[in-house]
Design a protein around this ligand. Structure first.
Ligand code: BMA
Length: 340
């Protein structure tokens, strides 16, 4: 039993591997068989990365960012018994509107997937006169009904919390431009009905740490714990040779998640392995989901690697929250209720 409690379901069949190769810092270690999804994973799909998975029945299901061989990103459904070996549908997800009519985005990428009560919600980045957030819901992974686009363009990296807070749906997002955005802070918004969004607050911004000096963005859906909402996010730095994407960690207040309780000054994972450093876009580790077990406190982090592969890393709720707390540096902009 862990010291810090994960509030959520038990997932005894979740993927797990004890640490055999400790990293030079945070208690987050890679799966020895990474990457778990390689190039050309299915028909007409060149690369799968930046994808979200979730327990489903006694197995797992996921929504996968698939770069088609024609260069257009779309979201495909995948299934797995062990959350490591995945099979993918040959057809992309077919979205419909409330009337059941086809309602396909022009392109779709970087999906996240969250279960709230009996419904699964996915959100992704799409074209709405520029980069912005798309949303859909499903209860059976057969019919995917589009919801209203929550925000105006330009925006990316939307992540819904896995339960309502004070009666409202709550979502992180990262206002951006429509290109390779050279700025970006994480904001939070509330909605009573997933149509009308408001009470926008600032959560946290880039910091003076080298690995998140340029921009940050929400990653995996926050994990509810007895210490607060555990958030794995991405932090970006600029080099003379392009951006580098690392994974960071923070703990947000349970009742008011615009307040950052702890924020780790060190990255939790940064590109080091060949599949993170070499690919379509080198030097990217981009977290989009976790699978976690309330009984053991184990956490599996799914991250896109080099815009080419999917990697898997592990930690435990005790180890990672201790590390985040021991190395926490928060600034006033993190701890204020972000209204100005
Ligand atoms: C971001 C998004 C991600 C991608 C990253 C690195 O702007 O497009 O999908 O992983 O850039 O290319």
């Amino acid at each position: 039993m862990s010291k810090v409690k994960i509030i959520g379901q038990t997932v005894p069949h979740m993927p797990w591997q004890a640490c055999t190769k400790p990293g030079n810092g945070a208690p987050v270690w890679r799966y020895s068989e990474n990457p778990i999804i390689g190039r050309n994973p299915s028909k007409e799909v060149a690369r799968i990365f930046n994808s979200a998975v979730i327990p489903y029945g006694d197995a797992f299901i996921g929504v996968f960012r698939a770069e088609q061989t024609n260069g257009v990103p779309y979201i495909y459904l995948g299934r797995s018994k062990d959350a490591i070996h995945w099979g993918f549908d040959e057809e992309k997800i077919q979205f419909v509107n409330e009337a059941g009519e086809a309602c396909m985005p022009v392109y779709a990428y970087d999906p996240r997937l969250v279960k709230i009560e009996d419904t699964y919600y996915m959100m992704w980045c799409q074209d709405f006169y520029g980069a912005s957030i798309g949303m859909a819901k499903t209860t059976d992974f057969q019919t995917f009904v589009r919801l209203e686009n929550p925000f105006l363009p330009f925006n990316r990296n939307a992540v819904l919390f896995p339960r309502k807070i004070n009666g409202n749906f709550v979502m992180l997002s990262r206002p951006s431009d429509s290109g390779h955005t050279p700025f970006g802070d994480i904001f939070i918004s509330e909605s009573p009905d997933l149509v009308y969004w408001g009470r926008h607050r600032h959560v946290m911004g880039k910091s003076s740490e080298w690995w998140e000096m340029l921009k940050i963005g929400g990653g995996a859906a926050p994990i509810e714990t007895s210490e607060g909402w555990l958030l794995f996010y991405h932090g970006v730095t600029g080099t003379c040779n392009g951006y580098v994407y690392s994974i960071g960690g923070a703990i947000l207040d349970i009742e008011n998640p615009s307040v950052v309780k702890y924020r780790c000054e060190n990255f939790l994972l940064t590109p080091e392995e060949w599949y993170e450093e070499r690919g379509f876009v080198p030097n990217v580790t981009f977290p989009c989901a976790t699978i976690h077990d309330a009984e053991t406190g184990r956490i599996a982090i799914y991250y896109g690697a080099a815009d080419t592969y999917v990697g898997l890393a592990f930690t435990t709720v005790d180890a990672v929250t201790d590390y985040i707390k021991e190395h926490s540096v928060t600034r006033e902009a993190d701890t204020e209720i972000g209204i100005r």
